[in-house]
Design a binder for this molecule. Structure first.
Ligand code: FES
Length: 76
């Protein structure tokens, strides 16, 4: 994913469907100091169920359009 593609996602986009966590909630967690996927998971519960939204490594079938790993990369 490129930064341009990342920027097209609205803040209310639901990144983690299992736990109902939006892009804004994840961006806020990063702003508040979460700098690893584990920290984001602890703070928001995103990624704690099926785990596919964590990263492409966890998402073999590429079911998710965006992952915590990419949000972390582009929100820093
Ligand atoms: S979509 Fe995030 S844990 Fe399943």
């Amino acid at each position: 994913m490129t930064k341009e593609e990342f920027d097209k996602f609205d803040d209310d986009y639901e990144v983690c469907n299992c736990m109902g966590v939006t892009l804004k909630e994840i961006k806020d967690a990063i702003k508040n100091g979460c700098d690893t996927i584990d920290a984001i998971m602890d703070e928001t519960d995103a990624g704690t169920a099926c785990q596919r939204c964590q990263s492409l490594d966890e998402d073999d079938e590429e079911e998710k359009d965006i992952h915590l790993s990419e949000i972390l990369k582009f929100s820093k």
